[in-house]
Design a protein around this ligand. Structure first.
Ligand SMILES: [Zn+2]
Length: 238
């Protein structure tokens, strides 16, 4: 059963009214609509709460997709949470501070990929620290130089916008895909493109801030060698 993913159109929604459509075998709660981002593309699923009209609150540890097409989301209750029933009306609310930190971090990773124009082989978004792995044959990356480059982009406060293109349009523009390990979800007929005006354009399903000034200052904290061709670059919000 499809979940309407409200976070794709508006990543600033902190809560929504929803109805329980189904319960998965693992105890996950499937809603008709949600503001919870589900684990994908290196960004963890949101935590938060589902509260019934009777005032029962179910803490949610994370959210995950139940299908490869990423059409249905299960909200995973914390251990020993009260049970919900199909048909229950709930208010779904994300842990906003954590989510907003991830939005800032995720957007900062787009800028990092613009500052280091190499193929990305992996990545991970966290509240405290995030990383991208780059396919770069030689070392010689300078932490301070990259930090200065990214912070200069942030100071420009470029707008971040999303639009959808067809699978066919993406297939005819393979240069748009920077991440080799995480292929954009294709097969549904359309792909979401994230544009940071003048700086970056790539398919992405994650949650971002509206303008890069919201990221605040970042710092490259570590550059590690991961195999012959890989360099792992870690950043933190400062
Ligand atoms: Zn993104």
């Amino acid at each position: 059963m499809a979940t309407e993913c409200l976070f794709r159109e508006d990543s600033y929604l902190k809560s929504c009214e929803a109805r329980v459509l189904a319960l998965t075998e693992q105890g996950g709660v499937v809603l008709d609509r949600t503001v919870f981002y589900a684990t994908s593309g290196g960004q963890p699923g949101d935590s938060g709460t589902l509260t019934t009209s009777a005032g029962v609150t179910v803490p949610v540890a994370t959210a995950v997709y139940t299908d490869a097409a990423k059409s249905e989301i299960a909200h995973v209750p914390a251990p020993n949470a009260p049970a919900l029933k199909v048909g229950d009306a709930v208010t779904a609310t994300v842990d906003w501070d954590k989510r907003y930190a991830r939005m800032r971090m995720h957007t900062a990773l787009h800028l990092l990929s613009a500052a280091l124009p190499y193929a990305v082989t992996g990545g991970s978004v966290g509240e405290a620290e995030s990383r991208l792995d780059f396919d770069i044959p030689e070392a010689g990356l300078d932490k301070d130089e990259i930090t200065a480059k990214v912070n200069a982009m942030i100071a420009g406060n470029a707008a971040v916008s999303a639009r959808w293109i067809s699978d066919a349009e993406l297939a005819s523009n393979p240069g748009l895909v920077k991440t080799m390990s995480v292929k954009p979800p294709m097969g549904t007929g359309r792909v979401r493109l994230i544009e940071i005006a003048g700086l970056d354009l790539q398919p992405c399903g994650g949650t971002h801030v509206r303008s890069v000034g919201e990221i605040g200052k970042v710092q490259v904290t570590q550059i590690e060698k991961k195999g012959k061709l890989n360099r792992r670059v870690r950043i933190a919000l400062v």
